[in-house]
Structure formats: C-alpha cells, structure tokens
Design a binder for this molecule. Structure first.
Ligand code: ADP
Length: 877
C-alpha cells in the first residue's frame, strides 16, 4: 500500500480499500507520472509484481508492449480530458480481451481491468458513474456493503439496486433484512453476534430476494475494519451469488448419496482435506463428523496402497494430467472397500500445484461382481472344454464364431483360430445348399429370442473330411448389447447322421413289416401309451373273437370287461409290468376272453417294447394275440391223461408189490401144509408136526397183518378208522409187545413211569408193533433196539431206537406218506409202505404227534406222543 495514499484515506476509505482488495478484478491507482500508487492483490498477480513497495514502478515497466498502444492513448486521454473512459482492449501478451475502465482525479487515475466477459449491464452502469471507488464498487458484479454495529448498512453499491430492484435507500440501515430469506436471516444474525467482535473475517450463506421476487443463494465474506483506536465499529463485505453453485452442490450431494460416491479436496501445503458428505459416508463416517487429514487417509488405507498412490499423484503433478487409482480402505467396522479415485491437480496462478481435487466411488460391489463373473466364465469355459458336445458361440450379425470348444475343432478340422476367421461365405460353403435358407432364418430369428428360450434346427453340413453329415443344433441367447438385443448365441451341436440313416432304414422296413404282420393270422397291434389307444392293428376283423369293430376304438377297459374273472388280476399285472421290461424281453400271458357268441376263448398275448421317448420311458408296445383255445383244450386233456396214467402206474406198481407181498407168505404156508400132509401120511410124531403148524400159523399171521393193513388203509381213505378209547397201562402194553418181538433182537425198555393212559389200546399197540418191527427189519446187523418211555407235560412219549441202516435225509419227510418206501431198499426188505402211514393216522386220531430222527448207516429213532387223557369227543367216536 502506498504510504502517500494511505495517509489520505479516511477510515471510510479504508473500508473501500478492503473491498477493492477482495474483488476478483484487477484494480490499481496511478499517479500523474503513471507510477503505481496502489495495486490490489489481483493486480499484483496480474502484472507479476512481487515487490511490496511499488511506488518506483511505472505501468510501462510491467506493461512494456502496451506503450503507445491503445491503453497508453486511453490513459493519456482520460487524464487530459479528466474524463472516465471504458473500453475493450486486446492484450497480445495475455492473448485475450479485457474491459478497461479509468477514473481520473486531480492527482491520480484509477484503473479497473476486468475480463471482457464481465456483466454487460455493469459495464454500461460503469459509464454513467463518476466517483472513483464508488464507481469501481458499482462496477463489480457483487453486492458490496459496509456495516456498522447492529448490522446496520451504511453503504451499498449499485448492484444492490440491480439485483433487488429497490433503491439504495431501501437497503440502508436495517431495511436490507427485508430482502433476506427469514430462515437465513436468523442464522446470519446469530453468526454476527458470535463473530463480529472477534476481529476475524467470517462467512455466511443466505438467500436474497431478487427483483422478480425469487430468493437466490448468496455467500458473503464480512471483514472487520479496526478503527485507529483499535475498536471495531465497521465491517465491509461483498455478497456473491452462489445460487447455481449452491444448488449444484446440493444436487451433487444428493447424486453422491445415490451413486455411492463422493469427492474431496486436498490442500497440498497444509495437508488439510475437505470431504464432501458423500466422501464421509464412503469412508464410513457421518458427514462433517471430523476434519480429515492426509494422515487419516493413509491410516485407513490398505498398507500397500499409499506408496503407489503417491507415485500416481506425483506423476500427475509433474505432467499435469488427470489421474486415476483404486484405494483400498478399511471402514470403521474393518470391512475392506475398493475406492476408485479420479482426480485432477489444481494449480495456483504461479503454476504451482496447490490442491488436488478427487472424485471417489465405491466399486467394491462391482469388483466382487466382476470377480464372480470372471470365475463363472472360467467355470463355464472349463465345462465347455470338458464336454464331448460341440459347443460354439456365434455372433448373429457377422455369422462369426467367437468361441468353439476343442471338440468343434476336431470335428470340423479347423483350429480354434481358423474357426474364428471363418466368415459368412465360409460358413455358407460348409452348409448343404438346400438347408442354407433355413439355417440363415434360424440365425436371424435369434434377434427376437428370449433369454430362456432354446431353439433347435437340423441341417446338413460338412465335417473335417468334407463328408455331409446331419446335425442337430440346440441354441440359446448368450449375450446382449446395451440396448438388450441379442448379439451372440451359444449352440450345442450333435451329429445325428446315424439317427437319420436309421430313420430312413426304418421307413424302408416299415413297409416290409406291414406286409408281414398283415399276412399273419395273429392279431398284431401297437398300443400307444401316451394316447392311451391302439395306434396300429393288422386286421380290422378278428374271426376267432367275432370282432368286426374297429379295434382302434377299443380301450383297455373294454377288453377287461370281457376277461374271465380268475384271469383278470394276472392280466392287469401283465400290463402294468409291461412298462418296465427291457427292449429284448418278450412278456407272455394266457387268459380267457368272452367272444361275441359268449364263448370263452383262450388267448395268448405276447408284448414287447416298440418305442421309447427321449428319457427312455416306454411310449408304445407291440402286442401279438393268438387264439389258443384248441391248443389249450388239448393240453388240458393231456394233463388229465397224464395224471390218470400216473395213477394207473401207481396202482399197477402197488398191485405188483401187494401181490408179491401176499404171495410170499402163501407160498411158505402152502409148503408148510404140504410138508405137514406128508408127515401125517408118514405118521410122523406130533412134535415134528407142531413145528410146521407154528410155521404155517406165522405165515397166516403175516397175511392177516398185511390184509389188515390194506383194510386199515381202505378205512382211512373212507374216513372210517374207529377208535375204542379205554384207560390202559402203557408200561404193560409195551412189555407185552416187546415180548412178541424179543426172540430175534435184544430189546431194552427204559421206563420209569407207570401211569394209565387213555386211548385205543389195540391201535396204540399197532403203532408200537409197527415201530418195533421196522426197527428190527431195518437193522439186520446190529441187534440192539431201545424203547424209551417218558412223560412230557401232559403227554406220554414213546421212542423206538435202532442202530440199523438209517434213512437218507431227503427221504425223511416222506416216510409217513402212504405207500412210501425208501426206494434203494425196497428190493431187500419186504413191505407195502403202509405201516408208518397207518401209525401216523392213529397218532393223529389221538391228537398226538409223531416224528423221526435218523442218520444214514447209523440208525433211526421213531417216536410218537399222545395226551395222557383223551378228550371226550374222541371217546364218542
Ligand atoms: P414198510 O412196510 O415198507 O416197512 P413202512 O410204512 O413201515 O412200510 O415204512 C416205510 C418205509 O420207511 C420203509 O419202506 C423203509 O424204507 C423206511 N423205514 C421205516 N422204518 C425204518 C427204520 N427203522 N430204519 C430204516 N428205514 C425205515
């Protein structure tokens, strides 16, 4: 500040100086010799003057090229005429237009240089005003004001009137407050009370009503001017319209919130960082909750990132290009986020890097999604490479193959790279001309395909060897462009040549098969399970069943109605199982069906799988029906005859055994009688005679026993085996019976009980006799026989054990059967095979049990047990 000027300025002037030093335009004062008296900071920067004392510098020192130019002319004229002049001048050294205004006084001239684009209105106004500073102030595009205590305005510039449409007087004192938005005035007042006495400048933001009644955002900076005695009684300020900026800022904040982004400014000198609310949010803190610093940024960053980011920023400062990097930060909850940062360096007027402005965006989700997508792509590609199918991805517009798995290469004989080079015409060459149009339509049709839709086409194309093959293609949309239109589709191609050939062959065969089936006397038809109908039948008339109706009209249920009730379950089972048989199997069933004349006819049905669907489920059967009633009748007869002839055989066998068994004792008896006759004729003594009498008696007994066995058998068959129940001593009975047999074998009896038993004594004796005589008969070598009698609960059990030939295990279960004899031994030992059968019947009649244990070659134990007391009902019989 020029001392000479300074001393001339009153406090009031001081206020003006504060204003001009704060305006954004270049302003300076020259004395009559064109030495600088005063330059505002903008002017110092504009002329590049660093020196504090400027009184020795003339304008032409700093503006040499302008001497004798329009500016020089301008100033000279203005001084000589003592007139204020404004004009636009082009500065070659600045390469731009400036608006110049001069205000001469008696001792000096004030000059204002502004950007040529400044407000035209202000420019016009400028012309009309006279007073130096006032004019300057009126010229600037902001509302300038001087305040006294109590926020009373003592000065306002012309801009006030321009903006509010009110006179200057209407703004003085406290009247200006009427033009301030009431919501903002209170805040402004509060801040004033807090700050006005502190001596520091302060800023407020508030809305001012313009001439058309609209409130627009302004920001002012109020600077206190201390009086000579040091007290503060005056403040100056300029209010700048920031409406658009403010709204922009608000919109920006909203946008940042919506897009998960933010921005911050970093002062490179102080390290101070100004976060936008969005930036706070991105870093996980409430907006304006603290003052971030570079240190803070480094602290929350992933340790690997700050050095890299520093390099990026230093590079950007050096080259003055904008930059971009990703910073990984930890949120307060330790979550790691990826922050994409785009920034520019802001330089001061000396081209020194001053600030960095950075826009940040949380792209963690995108990165995660990208990673997932990358992995998915990788996975899908792996699958595509592993599958034996031919997989291709084709671009719809160009017909180009953008992806083909290895199988495709092997099949068509082109490498993956060569495949990608194939163009429309190459593809056309690979396709059968007759199928080309279809193929093309298929391609183009994809432009309208839905994502989930799968489209199919069959066509003929050439393989690696140039051979024509049939292909079946299944395709699906693979990729869409930004407008959502399909650009690529993915295809799986199958070689169906073999299938096609088979189909052709089948058609040929079909004719032949038809001829054969039609010639067949059997009924042959195909049942379609999906249609639930007969889809083919070789005869429409089947004479054996008297059917002349169209079989294809017949349902399975109609058929079921006519099936013989006994055969129906089997018939239903047959049809339900038919679905699960293998292709080679033929299933067969025979059943009776009523024909038109209500006669039962035997049918043989044979079923076989005829067709399956893709999943392998049976869809069609072929059924062959033969009428076999006659065959069946013959067979039935045959069966009957077989049974009869078996019976006859059995009878013959029995007759032969029986006659043999009867003949043996009779022969012996006859011989004895002849001997006796001769002995009587020779008068032989009685004793000799008695021997033969007893021999004859033995044979008679044997015959009697045989005959009684035969009679018992007949009785059993007729159900007439009667019981005579009485109480008897089992012990005594056994001892008596054993006595009859003990002449040949050594029979021991183990019996420790002597209780009376109820039963038919004669019949029980018959059982014991049978067991004993068998034991003796079938143990010709070992003469030991043991009889055990014991009590088992309410039963008495008698067992006869021998140590003879024994019985093979597989025959054991049959020994009690009628006429059964162990075959191998039937020649050696006489017998009818009736004894055990009758014994078993007797035991059964006593409500008893019987059984045998035996080992071949070691002996047998036959046993029976009967209840000690017989029930009343048995006694009655
Ligand atoms: P059979 O008159 O033939 O002896 P059985 O009904 O008494 O008729 O016996 C039937 C068959 O059981 C006999 O033919 C014999 O083969 C076999 N059998 C019976 N008892 C014995 C036994 N104690 N040891 C071996 N085989 C026996």
């Amino acid at each position: 500040m020029n001392r000479a000027l300074k001393s001339t300025w009153t406090d009031f002037d001081n206020g003006f100086e504060t204003i001009v030093s704060n305006i954004s335009e270049v302003f300076f004062l020259l004395d009559r010799s064109q030495h600088f008296m005063y330059l505002n900071p903008k002017a110092l920067r504009f002329f590049g003057i660093q020196d504090e004392d400027t009184s020795h510098i003339t304008l032409w020192h700093v503006f040499p090229f302008e001497k004798g130019s329009k500016l020089a002319e301008f100033l000279t004229f203005s001084i000589l005429e003592n007139k204020s002049i404004t004009d636009q001048l082009y500065s070659t050294s600045h390469s731009r237009w400036f608006k110049i205004a001069t205000y001469p006084t008696e001792t000096s001239i004030a000059v204002l240089i502004a950007d040529a684009n400044e407000d035209k209105v202000a420019y016009e106004k400028l012309k009309k005003n006279e007073a130096n500073f006032r004019l300057v102030l009126d010229f600037i595009p902001h509302i300038a004001f001087i305040l006294k205590s109590g926020m009373e305005v003592s000065f306002l510039n012309q801009r006030w009137t321009e903006y509010t449409g009110r006179t200057l007087e209407a703004g003085l004192g406290t009247k200006w407050a009427e033009m301030i938005h009431p919501d903002d005035y209170a805040a402004k007042r509060k801040l004033w009370d807090e700050k006005s006495q502190s001596g520091d400048p302060f800023e407020t933001e508030f809305r001012v009503r313009n001439a058309s009644g609209e409130y627009r955002w302004h920001s002012d900076r109020i600077i206190p001017i201390p009086a000579r005695n040091g007290t503060i009684t005056m403040w100056v300020g300029t209010a700048t319209e920031i409406h658009e900026t403010k709204l922009n800022k608000e919109t920006l904040e909203k946008a940042e919130m919506m897009t998960n982004s933010g921005h911050y400014e970093c002062n490179l000198h102080s390290g101070k960082i100004t976060f936008s609310p969005g930036a706070f949010r991105l870093f996980g803190y409430p907006p304006n909750s603290f003052e971030p610093t570079l240190k803070f940024l480094n602290f929350v960053s992933h340790p690997e990132d700050p050095p890299k980011i520093n390099d990026v920023i230093n590079q950007a400062i050096a080259t003055s290009v904008s930059f971009e990097y990703i910073r990984r930060i930890y949120l307060p909850n330790r979550q790691l986020r990826h922050i994409l940062t785009k920034g520019t360096v802001i330089y001061n007027s000396e081209q020194k890097a001053e600030k960095i402005f950075e826009i940040i965006h949380d792209i963690s989700d995108k990165i995660a999604a990208g990673e997932a997508l990358r992995q998915q792509h990788h996975f899908v590609r792996q699958i595509a490479e592993a599958t034996p199918d031919l997989i291709t991805v084709i671009e719809i517009d160009s017909f180009r193959i953008t992806y083909a798995n290895i199988e495709v290469s092997t099949f068509v004989g082109y490498s993956a790279e060569e495949l990608k080079k194939l163009d429309y015409f190459d593809i056309k060459n690979l396709i059968h001309p007759d199928d080309w149009q279809n193929f093309k339509d298929f391609f183009n049709g994809f432009r309208s395909a839905q994502d989930k839709e799968i489209r199919e086409i069959e066509y003929r194309g050439k393989d690696a060897g140039g051979e024509l093959k049939w292909f079946k293609v299944r395709s699906k949309v693979f990729e869409r462009n930004q407008e959502g239109l399909p650009t690529h589709f993915i295809s799986i191609t199958q070689d169906i040549t073999a299938k096609k050939l088979a189909e052709k062959e089948l058609k040929k065969n079909e004719h032949f098969i038809k001829e054969v089936t039609e010639a067949s006397p059997d009924l042959i038809f195909v049942v379609d399970l999906t249609l639930e109908k007969i889809s083919y039948v070789n005869h429409s008339f089947y004479p054996d069943l008297g059917w002349s109706i169209d079989l294809t009209e017949l349902s399975l249920n109609d058929v079921k109605q006519k099936i013989y009730h006994e055969d129906l379950p089997a018939f239903e089972k047959f049809h339900s199982e038919l679905k699960y048989i293998s292709d080679e199997d033929v299933k067969e069933i025979e059943y009776r069906l009523q024909n038109r004349q209500n006669r039962w006819k035997w049918l043989r049905e044979r079923g076989k799988v005829f067709q399956r669907d893709d999943k392998g489920n049976v869809t069609q059967f072929i059924i062959n029906i033969q009428e076999i009633t006659e065959k069946k009748e013959v067979l039935e007869k045959q069966k009957e005859n077989e049974v009869l002839s078996k019976l006859v055989e059995k009878k013959d066998e029995f007759m032969s055994i029986a006659s043999h068994e009867l003949k043996t004792p009779i022969t012996t008896l006859k011989a004895s009688i002849q001997v006796m006759k001769r002995l009587i004729e020779r008068h032989t003594d009685e004793n000799t005679l008695l021997v033969f009498v007893s021999k004859a008696t033995q044979q008679v007994n044997k015959l009697t026993s045989l005959i009684s066995d035969l009679m018992d058998n007949a009785k059993i068959q007729a159900g007439k085996l009667n019981m005579n129940i009485s109480a008897f001593s089992m012990h005594e009975l056994i001892m008596e019976t054993v006595a009859h047999h003990s002449n040949l074998h050594n029979i021991t009896v183990n019996n420790n009980l002597d209780e009376l038993v109820e039963g038919d004594k004669v019949r029980i004796e018959q059982v014991i006799t049978n067991f004993l005589s068998n034991a003796i008969k079938y143990s010709p070598k070992n003469k030991e026989v043991r009889v055990d009698v014991k009590r088992e609960n309410r039963f008495i059990k008698v067992s006869v054990t021998d140590f003879g030939i024994g019985i093979p295990e597989e025959k054991l279960s049959h020994v009690f059967d009628r006429f059964f004899r162990v075959e191998e031994k039937s020649q050696e030992f006489s017998g009818l095979g009736l004894g055990l059968y009758i014994s078993a019947e007797i035991v059964k009649r006593h409500k008893g049990e019987y059984g045998v244990n035996s080992q071949l070659g070691k002996g047998s134990t036959f046993w029976f047990k009967i209840p000690l007391k017989q029930a009343f009902s048995i006694k009655e019989e």
